[in-house]
Design a protein around this ligand. Structure first.
Ligand code: DX5
Ligand code: ZN
Length: 245
């Protein structure tokens, strides 16, 4: 997907373009997190989830400072870019995200999400504008311990709000249901203002917690373990959507 297509998706609003097929916005977007993939066969894994019906690919970038883990960087995002036409969503769990945004844009990111916490050490408003100016979808995220009030003043500047349902840094953690209050508040804001900000959840998403998240207003589901540790990626993705047909 080119960033022009991302921008047309952002401007069209109700309908989202994904690789030549039009999807009603009500449809749930599933973004497998490659952190749980078998990295020895990363190219195959990416192609398999695309064939299995994934909508986006979620790339978790960890620097060992903002979070207590180290994952991968722009080079791996570039490798993923060559395997798929799906939108690449880059989740930056790093300090000084503004310094690295251009490298992820060059690697082929279509959507970039940064953290609002002061520990991320960047000027949030300026970084959001930097992502917008690069033609990418603009995402903002908050940790479980971070109050919803911290993101409110930025909501007019973003296309996607990622509500972490685990403390970031590792896959395979249990879902924190108390985060649904933030999902509800974001959904209520969309409703009261007639806006179409994506509401995304990330961490411990499986068929049961996906259902809870969708019922509270989320429309984008990030899932690592429940997809890549399953035997049938297609079935795992359909179950997350609640599509048991
Ligand atoms: C955690 C990451 C998540 C994680 C999800 O910091 O942001 O994307 O990989 O993995 P699961 O679905 O296994 O919780
Ligand atoms: Zn993530």
């Amino acid at each position: 997907m080119t960033n022009d297509e991302v921008q047309s998706e952002l401007s069209v609003g109700r309908w989202a373009l994904s690789v030549g097929r039009w999807l009603p916005m009500a449809q749930i977007i599933v973004a497998p997190s490659i952190l749980a993939a078998n990295f020895a066969n990363l190219a195959d894994e990416v192609r398999r989830v695309e064939e299995a019906g994934a909508d986006w690919i979620h790339c978790d970038i960890m620097d060992g400072h903002f979070v207590d883990n180290i994952s991968f960087g722009p080079m791996v995002v570039g490798i993923v870019r060559k395997q798929t036409k799906l939108p690449l969503e880059v989740h930056l769990m790093i300090e000084h995200a503004d310094h690295f945004v251009p490298r992820f844009v060059d690697a082929g990111a279509n959507s970039i999400t940064v953290h609002v916490e002061p520990e991320a050490r960047h000027d949030v408003a300026r970084t959001l504008q930097q992502i917008r100016d690069a033609g990418c979808r603009v995402g903002l995220t908050l940790n479980p311990a971070t109050p919803f009030e911290s993101v409110e003043r930025f909501l007019d500047k973003i296309d996607l709000l990622l509500i972490m349902t685990v403390h970031p840094g590792f896959g395979g953690q249990p879902f924190r249901a108390e985060m649904m209050d933030k999902v509800k508040r974001a959904a209520a804001r969309n409703k009261s203002r007639g806006t179409k900000m994506h509401i995304e959840v990330d961490g411990g998403i499986n068929p049961e917690t996906a259902k809870i998240s969708i019922e509270n207003g989320a429309n984008v589901l990030v899932a690592g373990t429940s997809i890549f540790h399953s035997k049938d990626y297609g079935n795992a993705i359909r179950q997350l959507r609640g599509d048991l047909g």
